[in-house]
Design a protein around this ligand. Structure first.
Ligand SMILES: [Zn+2]
Length: 250
């Protein structure tokens, strides 16, 4: 039984359990618990129903939704303030990156038959935060199921500040290595997923998939035009979702 199914079941069952109790009789501790449980169950049912109806009302392919995919300075500021709130270190260089791998704060991009990693991503940079790895696995599973075994392509993962500094020297459009507009790739929570090889249908599906998760407060996405990728910062609370909720969140 799903959690919402259990909540509905409890909500339906509880009044019957209390039906033989006269209205005015003082309630025992057990009875008070039943009424408390009923209240909690009803709140759960209502919140699940409200969340579902709110999401079903949103048109994720609308012009407004497409506008929210565009990058902006405020989106970058949001990523940085989120990183601060989540207490995420900005990884300085390759040496610190290796320390993070040893302590388990960074994990490899999952070995998954539906995840391809672009050959330009160095092996020493194929790491992300654990919740970002979970997100990649979920996206790859859902994408391949939808499109007959097609794979997603990761074009960038963790990028220490030293790498970002070098990138800035070569590319005037690259984000700063530090400060309020810094690239969030140095946290390890952010990945780029290339869309150059995706069909129009696959892009539209991925737009909707990512916007829905963004709307649920689980990540922030920007569709980068020059690099032809989805730049996705996955938030720590993504890992708290149950498997059915993650896969239901399309
Ligand atoms: Zn990026």
């Amino acid at each position: 039984m799903t959690p919402s199914g259990a909540a509905i079941h409890n909500a339906l069952r509880a009044p019957i359990a209390g039906a033989s109790v006269p209205d005015m009789a003082p309630k025992t501790v057990d009875q008070q618990d039943i009424w408390k449980d009923l209240g909690r169950s009803l709140r759960q049912v209502l919140s699940v129903a409200l969340a579902a109806s709110a999401l079903s009302c949103i048109d994720f392919s609308s012009a407004h939704a497409q506008a929210s995919l565009r990058g902006s300075r405020s989106a970058m500021r949001k990523e940085n303030s989120k990183a601060d709130r989540e207490n995420l270190s900005r990884i300085k260089d390759g040496m610190q990156l290796r320390q993070f791998v040893r302590s388990g704060r960074l994990v490899p991009i999952p070995e998954h038959r539906h995840i391809a990693v672009d050959h330009r991503v160095r092996h020493s940079r194929r790491y992300v935060r654990p919740w970002t790895a979970q997100f990649l696995k979920d996206l790859a599973a859902d994408f391949s199921k939808e499109f007959g075994g097609a794979r997603i392509r990761v074009t960038s993962a963790v990028r220490p500040q030293a790498d970002q500094r070098r990138l800035c020297r070569r590319n005037a459009n690259a984000a700063a290595p530090d400060g309020p507009l810094a690239s969030s790739h140095s946290t390890g929570a952010t990945v780029d997923i290339g869309y150059k090889k995706m069909s129009a249908t696959q892009r539209a599906w991925t737009d909707r998939y990512l916007l829905r998760l963004e709307h649920q407060g689980l990540l922030q996405v920007t569709k980068e035009q020059v690099q032809a990728c989805y730049h996705v910062m996955v938030f720590r609370n993504y890992s708290k979702l149950s498997a059915p909720a993650r896969h239901g969140a399309r």
